[in-house]
Design a protein around this ligand. Sequence first.
Ligand SMILES: Nc1ncnc2c1ncn2[C@@H]1O[C@H](COP(=O)(O)OP(=O)(O)O)[C@@H](O)[C@H]1O
Ligand SMILES: [Mg+2]
Length: 438
Amino acid sequence: MNVRVLAAVSGARWEASLVAALEGGASGITVVRRCVDLADLLAAAAAGTARAALLSAELRRLDRDALSRLAVARVAVVGLFTPGDEVAQTRLRQLGVAHVLRADAAPGEIAAAVAQAVAAGLEPAGAASAVDYGDPAAALLDLDDPSSDTWTADAPTAGDGTGRLIAVWGPTGAPGRTTVAVGLAGELAASGVPTLLADADVYGGVVGQVLGFLDEAPGLAAAARLANLGQLDLAALARVAPTAAPRLRVLTGISRADRWTELRPAALEAVWSLARGLAQVTVVDCGFCLEQDEELSFDTAAPRRNGATLATLAAADTVLAVGAADPVGVQRLVRGLGELGDVLPATAPQVVLNKVRRSVVGADPEAQLAGALERYAGVRDVVFLPYDREPLDAAVQQARLLTELAPDAPVRLALAGLAATLQGRPVPRRRPRLLRRG
Ligand SMILES: Nc1ncnc2c1ncn2[C@@H]1O[C@H](COP(=O)(O)OP(=O)(O)O)[C@@H](O)[C@H]1O
Ligand SMILES: [Mg+2]
């Protein structure tokens, strides 16, 4: 087999000797193009002329976004570093390059790494890569972030995290995703679990505001930016995720909806995988939209707003689908669950019906709602949270957690039950005094 590769090692001292060695013959790879820079590489990759690329760590503007575009174009990557340059080696690994070699490796070794990288790319796609982030050729042309020019790589590499990722999602109509995400994170932390709460709502997040953080808190956008540059490690993640309560760290979101481009899918995937090392449970407040196609069709070079939501849902171990417990809310939830199943068929969400009250559903609302969800969406297992306005309003107004502000409130007790269920702990039994207010 002769594998056609692109070489983007321009400027490296060893460029000429490497290419000469590879061209020398029987290595099994053919360099079809020596790319002068990253734009050249991405254009060649989009053209489909090669199956792999050799990159040097010094390639200017190399970041996660660029690597994800190569992956979308099905070009496998092997990273090369100048012997002795450990900073370069670390940076390639932090960017997510799995196959990294010394630049003076024997041609046979480089060819073997290329073959492995190509083979890895042919394996059935993992959960994250199964997501379609848009048209590959168009994505390759979107190379507009001048901030990628600078980086420093003085960070240690993170160990393997085993923390769990819970995505809180729900259809349009403010069913209570933020309320559930914040409440659940508060309960987990209060029960002794080191927890990270992250706001990934691409339509503008309010978690920071709800918990009393300043608008300028660095948060998730800062973590994503560092991840994109290959500079995010556990220490850096901890620095941008301040503590809101004992055992509860918070990555605040983007304060304005027009900043959504700061939450790129490839970068978020890196943030979530590191978050698994920072906290035992990471709870993510997600956006509501799933359409992959919301841009006007002539504007195909634009990245997708909902890529962040899709990447988060795909990475999650558990997805909570929050719906409002009224006829309109249930209808939206049923439709939303259908869309979710179309986009991510492997995801089996835990349905949470929020704001349960007699006044809109009638007597025995839980039985009625459960019946409707089973009929229209085949959902059997539903967690109910009662309508309980007063303590929630007070919590938002005072920027405090329900666990401390209103420990006996029905909605708080129900959230504690949800946290217990998700951890496989027995749910404390109590009379459902939840519905009295309805
Ligand atoms: N169980 C509940 N009982 C009463 N009000 C609720 C409940 N859950 C959420 N709310 C209120 O509904 C509004 C929308 O909730 P929010 O969590 O911000 O929704 P989303 O994040 O889905 O847009 C907020 O004012 C919130 O306080
Ligand atoms: Mg919200």
